[in-house]
Design a protein around this ligand. Structure first.
Ligand SMILES: Cc1cc2nc3c(=O)[nH]c(=O)nc-3n(C[C@H](O)[C@H](O)[C@H](O)COP(=O)(O)OP(=O)(O)OC[C@H]3O[C@@H](n4cnc5c(N)ncnc54)[C@H](O)[C@@H]3O)c2cc1C
Length: 397
């Protein structure tokens, strides 16, 4: 049994709240700081995989996430040029009961935030952390005030964390996204994340993303891949220009595009890849995107933050070498998925002519043959590298 610690967490996102809940429930004194004045997430709908869902199960929040989210059984991508399916991953190919859950970020945030408050986590908003002293165990805010001292400092400030030393380079492509009400008459599969591609230069996606709250309308999240350096041109051109291009790629989305009447309804997300080694420095622990950020092509980031949170709570509970135990439990999975994300992102978002050609004419046919089917399901559900077993957990489904 470990001693009771005083713990400061910077960032009230997925990883910050999940680790706060676990550590506070174990009896530690936990304070979470966030830059926002009011609690609430900014960001698109996201997919919870079996890894993240199992951690939510351990937190007692899985049923809540499943009740609000949309079950997803298939990832299905079609080339608009050839009409061929070039991505067809069925979760059931690995295990019949395996699914993902598409969920609005606000719904996931509310579940975690309420549980954090109930566990006794002190949440301090309107505090922007700019640095940390890992020897003294303090964060510093924009006023230069020292917050702490804490026995443990956890950096959960995401991809732009000021405590992750190397600024990461932005990827050439990001995405515009909007969460929209599910249209009454639509051809979209309510159990599939669907995508359409033109080479790797154009991509649109539709993901069922459940309800923001019980009784709220069912939604979907629409994505449009766009080069970072084309964003300004998108903003200044008439919206109709973009809509023409988007409906030419995927005519069925016209019913969604009709709901978008202003540029501001589409939020631009920039993507970065960065893995910060070592994950820990003195009393400072990096968790989630501040440790390992990627493009969301494989839909793993929030799930990995949940796995990190559970690993850290386990390491603290064991009362040994927290940093070493935490890193040991997570390092292989982080390395594998960071590597695969590097590999797969340009296949779907880049100016390459070769990669999408290989994707459509080589990888797509091979991926329809056993053992590729269960392997792909294991990849998207986050199970490669046995991350749950390393935490002493088993998939619930
Ligand atoms: C468009 C898009 C789609 C995605 N889709 C998926 C998906 O389908 N599945 C999936 O698993 N992941 C997805 N992700 C990735 C996922 O959102 C992240 O990996 C995940 O949110 C990381 O969690 P985190 O707790 O590390 O950081 P975050 O959730 O980013 O939280 C960071 C928190 O830190 C706070 N903060 C930041 N800087 C400071 C500061 N200086 N001082 C104080 N507070 C600060 C922020 O306000 C925020 O609350 C997607 C990401 C994007 C952009």
């Amino acid at each position: 049994m470990s001693a009771k610690l005083s713990i400061g967490i910077a960032g009230a996102g997925v990883g910050g709240l999940a680790s706060g809940i676990l550590l506070a429930r174990a009896g530690h004194r936990v304070t979470v700081f966030d830059q926002f004045e009011a609690a609430g997430p900014v960001g698109s709908g996201l997919m919870l995989q079996e890894t993240g869902l199992t951690i939510l199960g351990a937190l007692g929040l899985r049923a809540g996430a499943e009740a609000l989210g949309s079950p997803i059984t298939r990832l299905w991508g079609v080339s608009s040029e050839t009409g061929r399916a070039v991505l067809d991953v069925r979760y059931g190919a690995l295990r019949k009961s395996l699914i993902g859950i598409g969920i609005q970020r606000a719904a996931l945030f509310d579940l975690l935030f309420e549980a954090a408050k109930a566990a006794g986590v002190q949440v301090v908003l309107g505090t922007r952390i700019v640095s940390a002293d890992s020897e003294a165990g303090v964060f510093r805010d924009t006023e230069g005030s020292a917050l702490g001292p804490y026995d443990l400092l956890i950096d959960c400030m995401g991809v732009r964390s000021p405590l992750a030393s190397k600024p990461s380079k932005e990827l050439p492509y990001g995405a515009l996204w909007a969460t929209l009400p599910w249209p009454e008459s639509s051809v979209f599969d309510d159990a599939a994340l669907e995508q359409r591609y033109e080479a790797a230069r154009k991509m649109a996606g539709v993901m069922p993303s459940g309800r923001a709250a019980p009784g709220a309308p069912v939604s979907l999240t629409y994505f449009w891949s766009i080069r970072g350096d084309a964003y300004e041109a998108f903003r200044t051109a008439p919206l109709a220009d973009w809509k023409r291009e988007a409906s030419a790629l995927w005519p069925e989305t016209a019913v969604l595009l009709d709901q978008i009447t202003e540029h501001d309804q589409l939020t631009f997300a920039r993507y970065r890849h960065r893995t910060h080694w070592p994950a820990t420095e003195g009393r400072l622990i990096r968790l989630g995107d501040s440790w390992h950020a990627t493009s969301p092509q494989l839909g793993q980031g929030a799930n990995m933050a949940l796995l990190d949170a559970f690993a850290l709570a386990r390491a603290v509970e064991a009362g040994g070498e927290i940093a070493a135990d935490y890193t040991r439990m997570r390092a292989l999975h982080v390395r594998l998925f960071q590597g695969m994300s590097h590999m797969f992102t340009p296949v779907y978002q880049s100016d390459s002519a070769v990669l999408p050609w290989l994707r459509d004419w080589l990888a797509a046919p091979v991926s329809k043959i056993w053992p590729a089917l269960p392997l792909l399901a294991a990849l998207v559900s986050g199970g490669i590298g046995a991350p749950l077993a390393k935490l002493g957990l088993r998939a619930e489904r």
